[in-house]
Ligand binder design. Structure first.
Ligand code: ADP
Ligand code: MG
Length: 269
């Protein structure tokens, strides 16, 4: 079920200046790849093009060698599931109805859920610990609960590729870890914008860093998350060490270590 992603030269501008500029990246089968970078660096713009919420103005997206942008939407939705940043819905759906929408790429319009659909939805709710909320209104949930519903919906979609845009930013630390652990255990390929560098270091096999719409760094967490790179990207001083318990990198930010963006312009180019 896991899939391989190849993105080449992806470019998109909302206005004059491209928000994603000639972005190329690779996610190998079964890999968990993170997208980092400051606010406004283009992470969401890149991810939206990969899940077809935006149409690229230039560039290509291929899944297992097949042109994603040329596929019928139904077919690409069977392959790619997305959890976006905006969880807004126009109608008052229940949690169960929201998760059932994950089944729509497999059905005709208005075709009722089969017993199998209902089972898939049930299992997804169980995995997120949300069965007790199944009949509740999605609109009345907290931000964190909504986020878990959207993740359950993506799981119910049973696609081999997950695109996640800061999927746990409303969640407390326990749910953040649970959800990343859960996704890591799934037999899928993942590309995720992750804003917390420690979570990125814990869960990602490789990272791409964006700045002003361009990929400026790529590599393993060890290669990307150096104090020099973190400073160049975010303007914050940090200490980076390998944690003895996790064996993964741990980033500690140092107070009073910020500086305006202008004075570190040339460091990454
Ligand atoms: P990130 O997800 O890394 O914070 P975004 O992809 O959301 O970055 O934004 C990249 C740039 O595009 C920013 O400068 C942002 O202001 C701009 N942008 C994003 N969405 C829109 C939009 N719908 N209309 C106009 N500009 C946008
Ligand atoms: Mg974003």
């Amino acid at each position: 079920m896991r899939m391989r992603l190849e993105v080449d030269g992806l470019t998109y501008a909302y206005g004059e200046r491209p928000a994603a500029n000639d972005v190329s990246l690779r996610v190998g089968e079964g890999e968990f790849v993170g997208l980092i970078g400051p606010n406004g660096s283009g992470k969401s713009t890149v991810l939206k093009q990969i899940c077809r919420a935006l149409t690229p103005q230039r560039g290509s997206v291929r899944l297992d060698g097949e042109d994603l942008l040329a596929m019928p939407y139904r077919r690409s939705a069977q392959k790619v599931a997305a959890v976006g940043q905006e969880g807004e819905v126009p109608f008052d759906f229940t949690v169960e109805e929201m998760v059932s929408m994950g089944r729509s790429p497999y059905k005709r319009l208005l075709e009722p859920d089969t017993a199998e659909d209902r089972q898939v939805v049930r299992r997804a709710l169980e995995r997120l610990g949300m069965v007790h909320l199944a009949r509740r209104s999605y609109l009345h949930l907290s931000g964190g609960e909504r986020q878990r519903v959207l993740i359950a919906r993506a799981i119910a979609q049973e696609s081999g590729f997950l695109v996640l845009d800061e999927p746990t930013n409303h969640l407390d630390i326990r749910y953040q870890m649970e959800i990343f652990d859960l996704i890591r255990r799934m037999d899928v390929t993942v590309l995720a914008a992750i804003h917390d560098l420690n979570l990125a270091a814990l869960y990602c096999d490789r990272l791409y860093a964006l700045r002003e719409g361009r990929v400026v760094l790529e590599g393993t967490p060890e290669e990307v998350l150096t104090p020099e790179h973190i400073y160049a990207l975010y303007g914050v001083r940090s200490a980076v060490n390998r944690h003895p318990l996790t064996g993964r990198l741990s980033v500690v930010f140092l107070p009073g270590g910020t500086e305006s963006t202008d004075s570190r312009e040339e460091e990454l180019s």
